[in-house]
Design a protein around this ligand. Structure first.
Ligand code: GTP
Length: 311
């Protein structure tokens, strides 16, 4: 590196730059046209899990292989290192200037800028963005937590009415677009008022919780159980035609009817039944509302023709 002096102060700017580069949390390195490191600071060398003295004079392929084999420095997720390196070199040869983010095993993140200079040298500058990345991760986690809270029924832990509408919209659009079957169950606990009257509201809440958990276990992972009202639930069944939906509904009805529910305050076993209305997507349907209206009508009929049945 040439020495350049400030005319006004007669100070060697090179030594000031080099001192500054060692103190900064950012990384800096210069490669020659054979990708050999001719200058770097310690942060740059740490990308390869080596010291500055070890890095200078080595080509980046050797340094990256060391990082990959020793699991130090930059995280390289590949089983075929040679292919990975060939792809990287090809990309760097083709693009004169590129920016990318890289994460290290010690948790640091750098936003790297790589510039191919006219002289054939390559300059690499990495800004430490670890704090930014951590803040971004915390924000994403907080967002996910809030998202879960606003979409979850606090009593039963299944989806709430808000989530039901969102899922219904998505699933219905998908089923119509790809011409796939879709079914909906509207499930209502029979004579729930009597449970509240006999065991109090807390006892009723216990039943609701246990019912939701049991019902959820009887469904597939791709199905969505939601509590849309007091003792009223819906189950959205993607990729399920009417025959299968009725089998599933019947399985829920039968299992719930024979399941021993339990009220902890009075140590009482309780039996409950459910009535279920079932509907499936037809060519004439435009939205889940169409399915809901039919399933709700079927539920009404089930209630008025004796309860504990699927219609
Ligand atoms: N414990 C509890 N009860 C609730 C909750 N939300 C609604 N309820 C009660 O659920 C009962 C619903 O009663 P109804 O609509 O008359 O229906 P039902 O007694 O189940 O009768 P059918 O549906 O006709 O079989 C009411 O007593 C509500 O107060 C809740 O979050 N917890």
């Amino acid at each position: 590196m040439g020495v350049f002096m400030s005319k006004s102060t007669n100070v060697c700017l090179e030594s000031i730059f080099l001192e500054g580069l060692e103190i900064t949390p950012n990384c800096f390195g210069v490669l020659d046209d054979n990708r050999t490191v001719i200058y770097c600071n310690n942060h740059f060398a740490s990308i390869f899990g080596v010291t500055k003295e070890q890095a200078i004079g080595q080509d980046t392929g050797t340094l990256l292989r060391h990082a990959w084999e020793s699991k130090q420095g930059v995280i390289i997720n590949t089983d075929d290192f040679e292919q990975w390196l060939a792809n990287l070199n090809k990309l760097h040869d083709e693009v004169a200037l590129n920016e990318f983010e890289t994460d290290l095993i010690d948790g640091r993140w750098f936003k790297m800028t790589r510039v191919n200079l006219d002289s054939g040298h390559v300059m690499l500058l990495g800004v430490d963005i670890t704090q930014l990345k951590n803040a971004q991760k915390s924000l994403e986690e907080a967002h996910q937590h809030i998202e879960n809270l606003v979409n979850t029924d606090q009593l039963t832990g299944v989806h709430n009415r808000r989530a039901y509408h969102q899922i219904a919209k998505q699933e219905c659009a998908r089923a119509i677009r790809f011409n796939q079957p879709l079914s909906l169950l509207v499930i209502d606990i029979d004579y729930f008022k009597a449970i509240n009257d006999n065991y109090g509201h807390i006892g009723g809440d216990e039943i609701l919780k246990e019912f939701a958990q049991n019902c959820d276990k009887l469904l597939r992972q791709s199905d969505s159980l939601s509590r849309i009202g007091g003792e009223e639930f819906t189950a959205i069944l993607p990729m399920t035609d009417n025959n299968d939906a009725r089998l599933i509904a019947e399985r829920i009805r039968a299992q719930i009817a024979q399941h021993p529910f339990y009220i902890s305050k009075t140590c009482t076993g309780v039996n409950i039944t459910v009535s279920i209305g079932c509907s499936s997507l037809t060519k004439e349907d435009n939205s889940m509302h169409d399915l809901f209206c039919r399933a709700d009508k079927a539920l009404y009929l089930a209630k008025h023709s004796g309860r504990n049945q699927v219609l």
